[in-house]
Design a protein around this ligand. Structure first.
Ligand code: SF4
Ligand code: SF4
Ligand code: FES
Length: 420
């Protein structure tokens, strides 16, 4: 920063961790992923500054790579040396110069088999939180022992991003920014967006020019311009993959891809949506195939024509390493392919850019199905619940729900356990 730069400060919003009440005297288990360490860092430092008020401290922290572990110096030189503090670091994939643990945070938490007399505090990406919560439950933790941030409900504060994500430019997302760079980008974006809220920008939808408020997403800008979206519009929150879009900024040669519901308009943006992209799904009976490498050769042989151009990865709005998951599929490593493609929303952007004609989302889907059916441990509770449904245990309940007026249904929906 330079002298004279403006700083925007917002918040704090939401609730704090109850350090002065409930957490006092407790053994604490901090679990963080990526930049999610930031909100927990102040809590950890508070606990260390008031060491006598708390029991033992375990810190499980992971990131994509060693370079993405934030505050590493402080973690190794201060936290790891503090009294009764155990630090457990992990990174997602093996990396030269790293001899520590490798693997995802939720798996590591389960491997560590923490005793259940601790109070857990969690912050990280939504998908990490989801699986950490499941893992803690499997270890025997009660819900009342766990405090988590709710990333999925976070909004950017100016109503645009829908989540805590600040960067929506797909090629920029694809680049593996360091955490510090992401923070800098976040601040820059907020500033830019506040300015844009007062500005009108010119965009070109299917070649026709429109002047729209600069703070809109592509999707809302199209509606502002008078389009009624019947295709290419679904969840509006980056989950369904229906709004794949391609654009170019006037005067720049780079052709970009994105989700229309997650990307803010820019001046001079030429936009075309891809409401449907012809992806090729092969027919198979999951009961009659097995998790062998041969199955990919039989069903999706074109994956072996991959030329390694990485266009699929660069285009993915979910920042998935698409080329890597195709490589796992080629090797018949369906478990890794399933994990790497787990967040695929089937938008089809990768397939639209692939010179080898690969239908990546379908390959990922097959790997996940094989993994679920033949490789991953069986989920007994799902089996039992399916049997209960088949026996008609919930028929009356479903009938009652179907008879309820719409207002009551909305009330029930908004007050589901998951919303509390
Ligand atoms: S892997 Fe392909 S289909 Fe899946 S989200 Fe990424 S670009 Fe879309
Ligand atoms: S776009 Fe197609 S050819 Fe290029 S790396 Fe991805 S899968 Fe391979
Ligand atoms: S509308 Fe669902 S991802 Fe954009």
């Amino acid at each position: 920063m330079s002298v004279g730069d403006e700083i925007l400060v917002r918040g704090p919003y939401g609730n704090h961790f109850p350090v002065e009440t409930v957490l006092k005297g407790q053994d604490l288990l901090f679990i963080a992923g990526g930049i999610g360490l930031a909100p927990l860092r102040s809590v950890i430092n508070y606990v260390l500054d008031n060491r006598d008020n708390y029991g033992t401290v375990d810190i499980v922290y992971g990131s994509r790579s060693k370079d993405d572990l934030v505050q590493l110096k402080e973690i190794q030189e201060v936290w790891a040396k503090a009294k009764d503090v155990n630090v457990h670091l992990t990174i997602d994939r093996e990396q030269e110069g790293w001899d520590g643990h490798v693997g995802f945070v939720p798996n590591y938490v389960k491997e560590l088999n923490m005793s259940v007399d601790k109070t857990a505090l969690i912050c990280g990406p939504p998908i990490m939180i989801k699986f950490v919560l499941q893992g803690l439950q499997e270890l025997g933790y009660e819900k009342t022992q766990v405090y988590t941030t709710l990333e999925l409900r976070m909004k950017c504060g100016i109503g645009k991003c829908g989540r805590a994500t600040s960067e929506t430019n797909t090629s920029a997302k694809t680049a593996r920014f360091s955490a510090a760079t992401r923070l800098t980008n976040y601040r820059t974006n907020i500033k830019r967006r506040l300015k844009k809220m007062q500005e009108m920008v010119n965009i070109y939808v299917y070649g026709k020019k429109y002047s729209v408020p600069g703070d809109l997403t592509i999707m809302t800008a199209m509606e502002y311009a008078g389009y009624q979206l019947k295709r290419g519009c679904g969840c509006r929150h980056g989950f369904c993959g229906a709004c794949a879009t391609i654009y170019r900024i006037k005067g720049k040669n780079e052709l970009k891809t994105c989700l229309a519901c997650q990307t803010q308009v820019e001046d001079g943006m030429y936009i075309a949506s891809l409401p449907f992209y012809p992806i090729d799904k092969r027919t198979y009976d999951i009961e009659e195939i097995s998790a062998e490498q041969r199955v990919m050769m039989d069903l999706y042989p074109e994956i072996y024509s991959c030329v390694g151009c990485n266009a699929c990865t660069k285009g993915c709005p979910q920042s998935l390493n698409v080329m890597q998951y195709i490589a796992y599929a080629q090797r018949g490593d369906f478990k890794k392919c399933a994990e790497e493609s787990f967040d695929c929303i089937g938008c089809g952007i990768c397939a639209s850019r692939c010179p080898a004609g690969i239908s990546h989302p379908m390959v990922g889907e097959l790997a996940r199905r094989l993994n679920g059916k033949y490789i991953a441990p069986k989920s007994e509770h799902v089996k039992n619940r399916v049997a209960e449904i088949k026996e008609g245990k919930f028929d009356d309940l479903i009938e009652q729900v179907m008879q309820k007026p719409i207002e009551e249904m909305q009330e029930l929906y908004n007050n589901r356990e998951i919303e509390k």
